[in-house]
Ligand binder design. Structure first.
Ligand SMILES: CC(C)(COP(=O)(O)OP(=O)(O)OC[C@H]1O[C@@H](n2cnc3c(N)ncnc32)[C@H](O)[C@@H]1OP(=O)(O)O)[C@@H](O)C(=O)NCCC(=O)NCCS
Length: 144
């Protein structure tokens, strides 16, 4: 399987949205996943957006971010036809390497409790589970 890993480019946008849809990720097309927002996020040095490409298709993504203290693994997605080949593991490790270059030594991911594939994946990658943590958010609008 000829697989290339590279940084996301804005011309990948439509293909990445299709992949995220196919993977069932919650999309915010009028909010933080809009083309304009993604383009704005890419300008920030603390946003690391990687894609995996095979046979001229985008088959995997990871969008890592950091807040100066922790690195966050977001938008991890692998095309169903390419799953269970270690691709997500590879994407997470590459994202961690990029975060480390930016000085981060701690990585984290938020996972929905019924997402067994992701839970197993992060366990395998050595992430510690924190059942004591409750996740709170506040949104300025339902689109974001
Ligand atoms: C979760 C996801 C990214 C995994 O991608 P992947 O490339 O298939 O994962 P990998 O091949 O790197 O798997 C590594 C390990 O994770 C675990 N794992 C992955 N998928 C699994 C599944 N369906 N069931 C149980 N364990 C699973 C296994 O331990 C696996 O190792 P193994 O194959 O040696 O048993 C993919 O299923 C996906 O895109 N899901 C939908 C989107 C999503 O939920 N993203 C994460 C949001 S936090």
């Amino acid at each position: 399987m000829g697989m290339t890993f590279r940084k996301f480019r804005l011309e990948d946008y439509d293909r990445v949205m299709e992949l995220w849809q196919l993977c069932g990720l919650p999309l915010k097309p009028r909010g933080r996943d809009s083309r304009e927002e993604i383009s704005r996020q890419l300008e920030k040095p603390q946003v690391i957006f990687l894609v995996a490409e095979a046979e001229d298709r985008i088959v995997g993504t990871v969008l890592a971010t950091h807040d100066g203290r922790k690195g966050w693994i977001n938008r991890l997605a692998v095309d169903p036809a390419y799953r269970r080949k270690g691709l997500a593991q590879m994407l997470v490790r590459l994202a961690e390497e990029e975060l480390e270059k930016a000085g981060l030594k701690m990585f984290a991911a938020l996972i929905e409790e019924d997402n067994q594939a992701s839970i197993r994946l992060f366990e395998k990658l050595g992430y510690e589970f924190h059942p004591e943590i409750k996740y709170f958010t506040r949104k300025k609008s339902s689109d974001v």
